[in-house]
Design a protein around this ligand. Structure first.
Ligand SMILES: NC(=O)N[C@@H](CC(=O)O)C(=O)O
Ligand SMILES: [Zn+2]
Ligand SMILES: [Zn+2]
Length: 347
């Protein structure tokens, strides 16, 4: 196959940041994706409807002229989020989900949830409305090894949450383990998962063999090859519970190449090309459209995009760095490498 045309994809997990960084990155996503679920982990976090609507306006203003890209907003769940906060956000039609960050689990999660028992009323409201809860699924217990934090989260948090709220719609975000892949495959259809391109393409050797490579450091951390294979299996299975979410998470070069570097990989500039590479390597390009363009909107009960994009088998070189605003630079994933698929027609 030398070319492939797909219904325009959407990104169901994206960090756009704010200010100059937002202006630097938003066009990359808007060129590829019809819509994206926008993560609320700003400083301060997006915890109510008013903040979500204001952030949405800043995103729209940063878009290139005539862009049709639609940001789908989320609220950041805290110990103090009320049922009224959830209801007002949902009623606006602009806020499509609520995001659970266990406090301390990842970038800008300090205001996250310390114990889900504080969130019962908010979660009950979500279950009633059919509003999805998006979950960063890692425990923060210092006794648990970083490579085991997702698997332990399933037992300690995810299973009890679903037992308590069986009708709640849940997206287990950026899954990285065979454990999570199996859990979602076997769960009822109100439980889904996003998978990033980098977790489909790489294992922890890519990050740690022959030198430590900070641009491969993200959370949840890359796992061993067996887990990557399990993710490929479910992503290419045709199971509608699995869909595209890049978790593209830009941090400036200095914040990544540091004695204590930030977690996050910048992939939005070539998101669909990375996924095409992963599906091609698995011999499953015919399954890319379902994963990238159909399963997400179906889960979110939104229409699929009406236009399409075309990728060609054509090598191109990833730039060494990209502008990130205010004189900063951003090192994209695979900087300087060549990628085998190229987005040629954006519809
Ligand atoms: N994935 C990451 O490594 N980082 C994300 C946060 C997140 O999605 O957990 C970020 O905001 O930088
Ligand atoms: Zn996360
Ligand atoms: Zn994320």
């Amino acid at each position: 196959m030398t070319s492939i045309t797909l219904t325009r994809p959407d990104d169901w997990h994206l960090h756009l940041r704010d200010g100059a960084a937002l202006e630097a990155v938003v066009a990359d996503t808007a060129r590829q994706m019809g819509r994206a679920i926008i993560m609320p982990n700003l400083k301060p976090p997006v915890t109510n409807l008013e903040q979500a609507l204001a952030y949405r306006e800043r995103i729209l203003s940063a878009l290139p002229e005539n862009s049709q890209f639609e940001p789908l907003m989320t609220l950041y769940l805290t110990d103090r989020t009320t049922a009224e906060d959830v209801e007002a956000a949902w009623a606006s039609g602009r806020v499509k989900a609520v995001k659970l960050y266990p406090a301390g689990a990842t970038t800008n999660s300090d205001s996250g949830v310390t114990d889900l028992k504080h969130c019962d009323a908010a979660i009950e409201a979500m279950a009633r409305l059919g509003m999805p809860l998006l979950v960063h699924g890692e425990v923060t217990d210092s006794a648990i090894d970083i490579f085991d934090r997702e698997a332990v989260f399933i037992e300690r948090v995810m299973k009890p949450l679903i037992e308590r709220h069986p009708s709640l719609r849940v997206v287990f975000e950026h899954i990285t383990t065979a454990d999570a892949a199996r859990f979602v495959s076997e769960a009822p259809e109100n439980i889904a998962a996003t998978i990033t391109a980098h977790h489909l393409l790489y294992n922890r050797n890519h990050m740690l063999v022959g030198g430590i490579r900070p641009h491969y450091y993200c959370l949840p951390i890359l796992k061993r090859e067996r887990h990557r294979e399990a993710l490929i299996e479910v992503a290419t299975s045709g199971d509608p519970s699995f869909f595209l979410g890049t978790d593209s998470a830009p941090h400036g070069r200095d914040d990544k190449e540091s004695a204590c570097g930030c977690a996050g990989a910048y992939t939005a500039f070539a998101a669909i090309e990375f996924y095409a590479m992963a599906f091609d390597q698995a011999g499953a390009l015919d399954r890319l459209e379902g994963f990238a363009s159909h399963h997400g909107p179906d889960f979110y009960r939104l229409p699929r995009n009406a236009d399409s994009i075309t990728l060609k088998r054509e090598e191109w070189q990833v730039p060494a760095e990209l502008p990130f605003g205010e004189g900063k630079t951003l090192v994209p994933l695979c900087a300087g490498d060549s990628l085998p698929w190229r987005l040629v027609d954006t519809g």
